[in-house]
Every structure is written in structure tokens, then in C-alpha cells.
Design a protein around this ligand. Structure first.
Ligand SMILES: Nc1ncnc2c1ncn2[C@@H]1O[C@H](COP(=O)(O)OP(=O)(O)OP(=O)(O)O)[C@@H](O)[C@H]1O
Ligand SMILES: [Mg+2]
Length: 394
């Protein structure tokens, strides 16, 4: 009998312990669920009041957050889109992954870059996040430019989804476009002015001076009766007039070398080589590969100005006595490099800031390449030199 009561007491104790255990496990689970639910609700509330469009997707690409600002931007309500994978409808005319989908999938840098034509890059602030800038023709009245960042959502080190935030940068893009248009107009007008002044100098000033020299020649050949002193003065004036003609001719050629329009890029580079030798005592080695041909006048002019600026920079800043120009005529494009092994400089993306200090050369090179729809790479290392490479389609 006492055994039975001991066993009974033990059984009851066991049952109570098991009951308590189950109670605590269930409570813990419910608490965590509560916590989870409440944190989702808090997040949704915070995002709801956030002024920029934001949404989030889970690993299955289902929308789990969609805020008010995005409802307004896309015209798609939260009710409509939550739990679906229709996030693309806010931005594109046909189905495709958005940046958050790529991040949720752990896509590689190449894949992400390919999707956004090279405009996407790793976020400097958040690990695993990417940012990109793109034009969305379907948004707004005439389309909109957005800068967007997608960051991974993680749990215990695993990616469980991604959150994407968008910022309207249309006004900045329009301002940049206007500035670029303005810069292009200035470049174009400057070239027209140079051409006009060069032609005027050649056609009027030089002709007047040449006529005077001719008259002076006639006068001298008439053997006028002059004192020795008068003859010496006359000869000095005659020589100065000849020098003046040469100077004006040279100035006119420098403004706009006629050989560029008449004969093209390679002959004008030979002329430039001679000028740089005279002006800066700098040797220029020109190497040409491929089958050379005449290019569009705008392309020849722009390439000449780019090479001229790069060589004058080498002469002025690089502290070198020689520089090289390498021109490759390829099937569909021309590749031009100007190389010096001089002091080099720190560029660190500062080209846009140079014009405010009155330094227009490198910014002008970039501008001209953009006008031609080409690519430019300015590579400079302190103590090692500078290479400017330009690639333009033919
Ligand atoms: N080949 C080079 N070697 C060393 N430094 C250079 C070279 N090219 C440019 N730089 C540096 O970069 C700066 C900007 O060059 P940029 O051509 O824009 O202006 P600039 O030559 O000073 O003036 P501008 O071209 O308007 O007459 C230069 O002032 C110089 O410090
Ligand atoms: Mg310069």
C-alpha cells in the first residue's frame, strides 16, 4: 500500500512537471509569435509614414511590405499587392525581377550589373546591399528617374528577403541634362568662333600685311634715294612686317588648323607635333595601327582637341620631355591613347569639380567624348604618369 501511494505521488509530480513544461513551451512560442507579429505591425506602421516609396519581399518573392508612398507612386494599393509577386508592375511594362528580388536571391554582382546596364553598384554603407539609378518611362507623366537601394533582410545570418527604398532623382537628372546641353552649346559655339576668327585673320589681317609687304618690295626695288640710316630703318620695318605675318598666320593656324579640315586627323597631328616641339621642346611619338581613313568632321575635330589638350597637359604639368600618342583604327571604332610617364596626379573622381578652379581641359575632354557617345578613361598614378584613353564608334 505505501508503495502504491509513493508511485501515485511520483506520477502526479511527473504529470505536473510535464504540464508546466508544456505550458512554458507554448507560452514561449506564443510570446515570440506575438513579438514577431507586433514587430511586423510596427515595421508596417513606420514604413507607412515614411515619405519615400518602400517595399519588401520574402525569399519566395512575395510582397510583405508596401507603403503609402509607393501606393501613390505606382497606383497599386497595398491590399492588391501584398502576398503576390506583382512588385514588377509598379515599375515595368512586363514581368522581370526588381532589385529586391535579385538581392533576395543572392544574385551575383555581374547579374545585378547586367540587369541595370552597369549603373548598379555595391552600397558603401550596408553589407550585401546594392544601389542603382534608372529611368522608368511608365512612372509619372513623362517617366521618372529613380535612385533605389535594396538591402537583404536576414535571420540568423540567412537571407530571408529584401527591402527596397526608392528616391526620385528626376529633377537632378533634368538639371544635369540642361547643364550638359549648355556645356555642349558652349563647346560648339567656341569652335565656331575659333573657326571664324581664324578665317578672318587669314583672309583680312594677313592679306593686308601681305599687300603692305608687296608695296614695300616695290618701293625698295625702285631704288629710292635714302640715307644709310633710312635704309636700315626701312629694312627693320620690312622684317618686322614679315614676322608679323608669320605670327598672325601661326596664331590663326593654332586657333583652327586648316590641315585638319583639309587633310584630316593624322596630318594635323604631325603639325601639332611640330608645334609642341617649338613651344615646349617636347617630343611626341605617334603610332598608328589599322587602316586609317577620314572620319566624320565632328569626330576628327573632337579627337584632335582631345589629343591636343592631353599633350599640352603632358607638356605643362607632367614634367616630361616626351609623350606618346597611340591610334588604333579598328573595324567599328577608333581607340586613341595619350601617354606620358610624368609626375601623374590624384584624380579621385574630381573632374566635375575642376572647372570651378578655371581648369577646363580634362572636363572638356570628358564632355567631347560624351558628345561623340564614346568612352573615356583617365588613369593617372603619382610618380608613374598619365594615360588618357578614348574609344569612339566610327
Ligand atoms: N598629364 C598630366 N600630368 C600631371 N598632372 C596633370 C596632367 N594632366 C592634368 N594634370 C593635373 O590636372 C589638373 C587639371 O587639368 P586640366 O587640363 O583640366 O586643367 P589645366 O591644364 O590646369 O588648365 P586648362 O586645361 O584649363 O588650361 C592640372 O592642373 C594638373 O594639376
Ligand atoms: Mg589642361
Amino acid at each position: 500500500m505505501p508503495y502504491i501511494s509513493v508511485i501515485l505521488i511520483l506520477l502526479i509530480a511527473l504529470a505536473v512537471t510535464a504540464g508546466l513544461l508544456i505550458f512554458f513551451v507554448v507560452k514561449l512560442y506564443l510570446d515570440r509569435e506575438d513579438l514577431r507579429t507586433s514587430s511586423d505591425v510596427i515595421l508596417a506602421r513606420v514604413l507607412g509614414r515614411f515619405p519615400l516609396p518602400v517595399f519588401a519581399v520574402n525569399k519566395k518573392h512575395h510582397v510583405i511590405q508596401w507603403n503609402k508612398a509607393l501606393e501613390v507612386l505606382s497606383g497599386i494599393s497595398k491590399e492588391e499587392v501584398m502576398g503576390t509577386n506583382n512588385q514588377w508592375k509598379a515599375f515595368y511594362g512586363k514581368e522581370r525581377p526588381v532589385l529586391a528580388d535579385l538581392i533576395a536571391d543572392g544574385a551575383s554582382e555581374e547579374e545585378i550589373s547586367a540587369r541595370y546596364q552597369g549603373s548598379a553598384r555595391k552600397s558603401a554603407l550596408i553589407r550585401g546591399a546594392y544601389e542603382a539609378e534608372d529611368f522608368f518611362p511608365l512612372l509619372g507623366e513623362d517617366g521618372k528617374w529613380y535612385h533605389f537601394t535594396a538591402s537583404p533582410l536576414t535571420s540568423r545570418g540567412k537571407v530571408i528577403g529584401a527591402i527596397e527604398i526608392l528616391e526620385d532623382v528626376t529633377e537632378r537628372h533634368i538639371a544635369e541634362q540642361n547643364l550638359r546641353y549648355y556645356a555642349r552649346q558652349i563647346t560648339r559655339v567656341q569652335e565656331e568662333e575659333r573657326k571664324y576668327i581664324a578665317r578672318e585673320l587669314h583672309d583680312t589681317t594677313v592679306q593686308t600685311l601681305v599687300a603692305l609687304i608687296y608695296q614695300m618690295d616695290n618701293f625698295r626695288s625702285g631704288k629710292p634715294v635714302l640715307t644709310e640710316e633710312e635704309t636700315a630703318k626701312l629694312n627693320a620695318i620690312y622684317q618686322r612686317m614679315k614676322t608679323a605675318v608669320e605670327e598672325v598666320r601661326r596664331f590663326s593656324r593654332q586657333l583652327r588648323p586648316p590641315v585638319l579640315d583639309d587633310l584630316g586627323l593624322l596630318p594635323v597631328l604631325e603639325w601639332l607635333k611640330g608645334e609642341l616641339k617649338k613651344m615646349y621642346e617636347m617630343e611626341v611619338e605617334i603610332t598608328v595601327t589599322g587602316e586609317h581613313k577620314r572620319l566624320q568632321p565632328d569626330t576628327e575635330l573632337a579627337l584632335f582637341r582631345i589629343i591636343q589638350e592631353a599633350l599640352i597637359n603632358a607638356a605643362k604639368h607632367a614634367k616630361v620631355s616626351s609623350a606618346a600618342v597611340l591610334i588604333k583604327y579598328l573595324e567599328h571604332h577608333i581607340d586613341v591613347s595619350v601617354i606620358d610617364r610624368g609626375v601623374g596626379f590624384d584624380l579621385a573622381g574630381k573632374i566635375d569639380l575642376l572647372p570651378r578652379d578655371g581648369k577646363l581641359g580634362l572636363a572638356g575632354i570628358v564632355e567631347r567624348v560624351q558628345m561623340l557617345g564614346g568612352k573615356v578613361d583617365i588613369d593617372s598614378v603619382r610618380g608613374r604618369g598619365t594615360t588618357i584613353n578614348v574609344e569612339v564608334a566610327l
